[in-house]
Ligand binder design. Structure first.
Ligand SMILES: C[S@@+](CC[C@H](N)C(=O)[O-])C[C@H]1O[C@@H](n2cnc3c(N)ncnc32)[C@H](O)[C@@H]1O
Length: 977
């Protein structure tokens, strides 16, 4: 025997009677209740009939309880729903009788008290709390409370039930209503089927909210309906006013007549849960939360978290008059938050007029998906449902087509049936969407809807958005040549070189935002972090850095994202359009642990903190970075360090110099010569002359340098011992491997390459190699790639064989392909640059500019290296040049240990925590033993750089730098191992 609702009801009644409540069960059929009998009767301060239901079908219980409440003689009615687990427990125990009164105490119960013409009181209660709650409701008429979770639960149950009824509905209608287009994608189709019931629930719920506020909308009387189609009588009254995106979908038309009872129950239950009681901020969200996550994901609806929206609006809106647009508005979270922020900034009283001004003038939303527009519309209107709204500015369009001056109609323009492949992009670019009759599909659910009035697009004060990252996130069927269309739509950006074939879709939305802003206007966006450092999104960064003040960048430490249902790492960006860049007030980089942060405090700090400084607050760290130090290739860099103080170290140095980018020094930038890829004649191994003392030789390393003089070198074959005398002009110095090179200065290195084969003995020399001849262009190629200084291009920074990140050579030298050569730098420039890039500040910069490739291997691409910050050499005075070059000469031949050892030797162990010491030892066995042992050359070089920059308190700064960078390398090693 299984446990029934009656079993539990009887046990519960016994308990209630013990608590002094006159509760009867098994009510006789003398009660005129229509389709079912009440499960409960309580007589106390009136007569109250109640319904008992398992939790999974409580939605029906609301409808039934509501019916009892309408019976003559009823003072009110109630519903108690039992957890389905109780049923399972009973089954497990095998016998009904095994469920005892005491076992009821282990659960919680969803309870609702309904009173005629009043709102419903809802609560989730323990067994012990139920008697008191009943007494308060029957005897004292306690004030009704809303239980959002329960409402959502009930609405969700009803939507699922309606979806079952909609199984036979024409799919075309469902797809178009939800997605805006037909689909052949099975997952999308399924999502549309699953979402349709929710749309209908939204409509009935929203209607309920309206009818409880405005007399002109009569209460929806379920018993009056003769057919599902009759719902139109109610909805059309609203459409006459507005809310087109909410009511234009006539899903109810697709319900068969046999669904009438379910529809009636649904309406009664919705009226029974009194959704209008829920706090309006929350209610807006309820509409999208209703939809099951899986279905939401499939219709590409990734919603922005409320807290993220609030951070953006708080910092980006500074006036109650702000005009805001969200070009990818989804469910309207960002617009709703904008509404609240504007309201907060009002200096006058909030009233109907203000609400109307906000909704019909100040806030505009666009989304390509009708379903999203529907949610946004509800969400916004619900901000103050007690006030009427003439018009909600939510349009359905592909935003990339829009610009100020165009008009958008709030009604969906549905794709013609005959051309499923036609995408939104086919709607003539630059024109307002065509909503003429013939474009609106015959028989579509939109045909009878009011068109609503056209909205004129104008410039705004703020473009707020969480745009789709990829086109895949947009269910709209974009045409195959959509990318070309985008190119045309953003041709001005194209001309500036800001477009890139592989640019993220969301980047176009930045360019779109720019079209809507005048000087002083802002962009506030949630975007994937890759926008800050992906090469193909460089155009957006160029725009932001050159045409805007990037005011804030936020990243989370606890989780990667700011929107729901995505694992992508996201950031928040706020930027103000400012072509003049008159004042560099810097960018506040805020990293925070959790979303509970004090935005006011952050704002004050951002406004008062000097660039170069950082501040540790409660749950957050704020660093203020000057425009000068921003790395346009990686705006995410300030978040890369575990120790934010290191940025401050860099800023302190940067403040002492007039910095520029490496490219502007005109020292050239060319990749070293490849061992395999250069095709003509390889450096490796056939024409290489190796240092005889080299610690490793490969199988194909054939020659070593036996002797060198000012006019020739002597090469010896390692295996045959044959020797060759080669004129100096026919060889060039070379660096084959930087790993293990302990000196920064390679001037005395014994590695060379043979440049041509027109010297005596070359024939025999070549016979001994795999090559027949040396290509006639080889010498030329080699020549172009020689220089006095080279920077490491790819390195494992954590490896014991990595000693330096830059090398110098007195004679012009060739370098291997793992380095970047600066071929035009003079000797003096070479020394200064080698000193700069090999100073610990140079290492820090490289660490910050890194792109992680595989494991601990870091790579610096050309576009990154071009942007390296360096002192403007022409503005360094003679004294400073001399200071740097002479110190460089002093230290250049020092045998340096590996990078991490140099840092460890200069780190005082007493300044490290126990945990850090353990980490260091875990990463590098024995490294803690050399901590603080000293490596003077490093300190000398760094001090020379600091002296040139006029930076004071050098030891303090350097100690922090050594300790911090050592720990970063240790963390990188631990992470990669
Ligand atoms: C991440 S969601 C926005 C979420 C929204 N902020 C919220 O909290 O509900 C991105 C939205 O962009 C919409 N979208 C995609 N492509 C679009 C386009 N070309 N024009 C306008 N909207 C688009 C999607 O339908 C989706 O609703």
């Amino acid at each position: 025997m299984s446990v029934t609702e009656d079993t539990i009801t009887d046990l519960l009644a016994g308990y209630l009677r013990d608590e002094g409540i006159r509760a009867l069960t098994q009510i006789s059929d003398t009660y005129p209740s229509g389709r079912s009998q009440p499960d409960w009767e309580i007589k106390s301060g009136g007569v109250f009939w109640g319904e008992a239901k398992w939790e999974s079908s409580k939605w029906q219980g609301f409808g039934e309880a509501r019916d009892y409440g309408q019976l003559p003689g009823a003072s009110g009615s109630f519903l108690i729903s039992y957890p389905d687990k109780l049923k399972q427990e009973g089954i497990q125990r095998g016998l009904t009788g095994d469920i005892t009164e005491s076992s009821l105490a282990d659960y919680k119960y969803n309870c609702a008290f309904l009173r005629r013409d009043e709102t419903t009181d809802m609560a989730t209660l323990t067994l012990e709390e139920i008697p008191q709650w009943i007494k308060e409701n029957t005897e004292e008429r306690r004030e009704a409370e809303a239980d959002t979770d329960q409402v959502v639960d009930v609405l969700r149950q009803m939507a699922r039930r309606l979806n079952e009824e909609l199984q036979s509905a024409p799919e075309e209608n469902l797809f178009r209503n939800v997605l805006g287009a037909s689909t052949t994608d099975e997952e999308e189709a399924e999502a549309a089927r699953e979402t349709a019931g929710f749309l209908l629930i939204n409509q009935i719920t929203f209607y309920r909210v309206l009818s409880s506020n405005f007399e002109q909308f009569p209460e929806l009387d379920a018993d009056e309906l003769d057919s599902p189609r009759d719902l139109s009588d109610y909805f059309e009254r609203v459409l006459e006013k507005d809310y087109t995106p909410v009511f234009q979908f006539e899903i109810h038309d697709d319900l068969p007549q046999s669904s009438l009872d379910v529809l009636r129950d649904t309406i009664k239950s919705i009226n029974g849960v009194s959704p209008e009681r829920i706090n309006h901020d929350v209610l807006g969200k309820v509409f999208h939360e209703l939809i099951p996550k899986e279905a939401r994901k499939k219709v590409a609806a990734y919603y922005t978290k409320n807290e993220a929206a609030d951070i953006l609006t708080h910092l980006a809106i500074d006036s109650a008059d702000s005009r805001v647009i969200d070009p990818a508005c989804g469910s309207g979270t960002l617009l709703a938050s904008s509404y609240l922020r504007k309201k907060e900034l009002l200096s006058t009283e909030f009233n109907a007029e203000v609400h109307d001004q906000f909704i019909t003038n100040d806030l505009t939303g666009i989304d390509v998906m009708p379903f999203a527009a529907h949610l946004s519309c509800i969400h916004l209107a619900l901000q103050a449902p007690i006030y009427e709204t003439d018009e909600v500015n939510i349009g359905i369009a592909d935003s990339t087509e829009l610009r100020p001056g165009l008009s958008v109609n709030p009604l969906s323009f549905v794709l013609p049936e005959s051309s499923e492949q036609r995408g939104l992009g086919d709607y003539s670019s630059g024109q307002s969407p065509d909503i003429s009759e013939e474009k609106i599909e015959a028989g579509s659910t939109t045909l009878d809807a009011e068109l609503g009035s056209t909205m004129e697009l104008t410039t705004k004060d703020l473009v707020i958005m969480n745009p789709p990252f990829t086109r895949g996130e947009s269910v709209a069927r974009f045409s195959p040549d959509y990318k070309n269309k985008l190119k045309t739509r953003f041709d001005r950006r194209d001309q500036k070189g800001h477009l890139h074939g592989k640019m993220s879709y969301c980047s176009y939305f930045f360019f779109l935002a720019d079209k809507f802003l005048e000087e002083g206007g802002r962009i506030a966006a949630v975007v994937p972090a890759t926008v800050l450092n992906k090469k193909s999104d460089n155009g957006v960064r160029q725009m932001l850095v050159n045409e805007y003040d990037v005011e804030y960048v936020f990243a989370r430490e606890d989780e990667p994202n700011y929107s729901e249902d995505t694992d992508l790492r996201e950031v928040l960006i706020i930027a103000r359009k400012d072509n003049t860049h008159d004042s560099d007030s810097g960018t506040a980089f805020v990293s925070h642990d959790g979303l509970d942060i004090d935005i006011d405090e952050i704002q004050t700090l951002a406004e008062t903190t000097e660039t170069g400084n950082s501040y540790n607050g409660n749950n957050f760290t704020l660093q203020k970075i000057s425009l000068e130090s921003l790395n346009v290739n990686n705006l995410f860099a300030p978040f890369l360090l575990t120790n934010r103080e290191l940025n401050t170290c860099w800023e302190k140095l940067a403040n002492g110099f007039e910095l520029t980018n490496l490219e502007s020094l005109d020292v050239g930038l060319i990749r070293g010569i490849g061992s395999n890829a250069d095709g003509i004649m390889h450096v490796h191994p056939e024409c290489s002359l190796n240092d005889p003392a080299a610690h490793t030789f490969g199988e194909r390393d054939l020659f070593v340098l036996e002797e060198k003089s000012s006019d020739h070198v002597v090469a010896r074959h390692r295996h045959t011992d044959e020797t060759f005398t080669i004129p100096r002009e026919d060889v060039a110095p070379n660096l084959r491997r930087y790993a293990g090179q302990k000196e920064m200065d390679l001037s005395d290195s014994l590695e060379y390459v043979v440049l041509n084969d027109n010297w005596d003995g070359a024939e025999r020399y070549l016979e001994l190699t795999d090559e027949d001849s040396i290509h006639y262009k080889w010498s030329d190629r080699v020549h172009k790639r020689r220089g006095h200084v080279a920077l490491v291009r790819r390195v494992d920074l954590t490896a014991p064989g990595t000693h330096h990140l830059a090398y110098y050579s007195e004679e012009n030298r060739l370098f291997n392909e793992l380095l970047w050569v600066l071929p035009n730098a003079t000797r003096q420039e070479g020394k200064i640059l080698a000193a700069w890039f090999n100073s610990t500040f140079g290492w820090l910069q490289s660490f910050l500019y890194r792109v992680e490739t595989r494991g601990a291997w870091l790579t610096w691409y050309r576009y990154i290296v071009k942007e390296y910050r360096v002192p403007r050499l022409s503005s360094l005075n003679e004294e400073d040049r001399e200071r740097i070059t002479s110190t460089f000469d002093d230290v250049k031949n020092a045998e340096a240990p590996s990078i991490y050892q140099q840092l460890a030797l200069n780190t005082d162990p007493s300044e490290l925590s126990e945990e850090q010491l353990n980490d260091i030892e875990e990463a590098y066995d024995g490294l803690t033993e050399i901590l603080g042992g000293g490596f003077q050359s490093r300190r000398e070089l760094d001090k020379a750089i600091l002296d040139a920059g006029g930076v004071e308190q050098q030891d303090e700064l350097l100690n922090e730098l050594y300790r911090g960078l050592l720990y970063e390398i240790v963390s990188l090693k631990l992470m990669m191992d």
